[in-house]
Design a protein around this ligand. Structure first.
Ligand code: TMP
Length: 229
């Protein structure tokens, strides 16, 4: 398995959907998957933490509400470990095979939650993300932005139990929200913010337009389309 994550021959592309809890990432990813498949793309839908057998086991540890003693550094490194495995085992091979990867959360969540919300040293967060990613960057981050109390209410209405991080104070989720917005501000080409208080169809149609523009741009650069990947 590749030691160094970055590969210059990458042909597919990767879109991350991230943002506030309860903002509708799963619904949006499903809409994007349907759209891309209709265009003829081979799509891989995956998530973090998780996406591989090892990653899903790490996820269980990370989200377990019965482990309140988990220290911040352990949490950071477990998210990094799950990401290192996910990238090398699943994401890079899919991209090299010309597929489109749609990922529910990624390193953007580590910056938002562990750095902005937990208050971990930005240099520590950057070094764990850099180790896990080995120079790799997704092509586009779609950030679903929503007031945290509205988001938590939506999670509750779904009947889902709150995970260890969602069980934090509202102020924690508000800092995470700010963390996402700051990342988008710093890198506006790669991060696009979508207002998740709009109807789901409207959010999906804006996201589809952004992903279509990305796909078109890559076709222009690489000279191949979905049909010949
Ligand atoms: P999910 O609710 O989108 O499945 O994500 C699981 C939880 O993990 C969510 O509360 C956000 C959190 N998380 C982090 O704190 N850091 C990370 O790097 C990732 C990927 C998720």
């Amino acid at each position: 398995m590749a030691g160094e994550a970055e590969t210059p021959r990458r042909r597919g592309f990767m879109v991350v959907c991230d943002g506030s809890n309860g903002a509708g990432k799963t619904t949006l990813i499903e809409a994007l998957r349907r759209h891309l498949e209709q265009l003829g793309y081979d799509v891989v839908v995956t998530r973090e933490p998780g996406g591989t057998a090892i990653g899903e086991r790490i996820r269980k540890l990370l989200l377990d509400r019965n482990l309140p003693e988990m220290c911040d550094l352990t949490e950071l490194m477990l998210f990094g470990a799950a990401r290192a495995q996910h990238l090398r085992e699943k994401i890079l091979p899919a991209l090299e095979a010309g597929k489109v990867v749609l990922c529910d959360r990624f390193d953007s969540a580590t910056v938002a939650f562990q750095q902005y919300a937990r208050g971990l040293d930005p240099a520590k967060v950057a070094s764990i993300n850099a180790l896990a990613l080995g120079g790799f960057r997704p092509d586009l981050y779609l950030i679903l932005d929503l007031d945290p109390s509205t988001g938590l209410e939506r999670v509750r209405q779904r009947g889902a139990a709150l995970d260890r991080l969602e069980g934090e104070q509202l102020a924690f989720l508000a800092r995470a929200r700010d963390g996402f917005l700051q990342q988008a501000k710093a890198e506006p080409q790669r991060y696009k913010v979508l207002d998740a208080s709009l109807p789901a169809e409207e959010v999906a149609s804006r996201a589809v337009a952004l992903v279509a523009a990305l796909a078109e741009g890559r076709r222009a650069v690489h000279g191949f389309g979905a049909a010949d990947t």
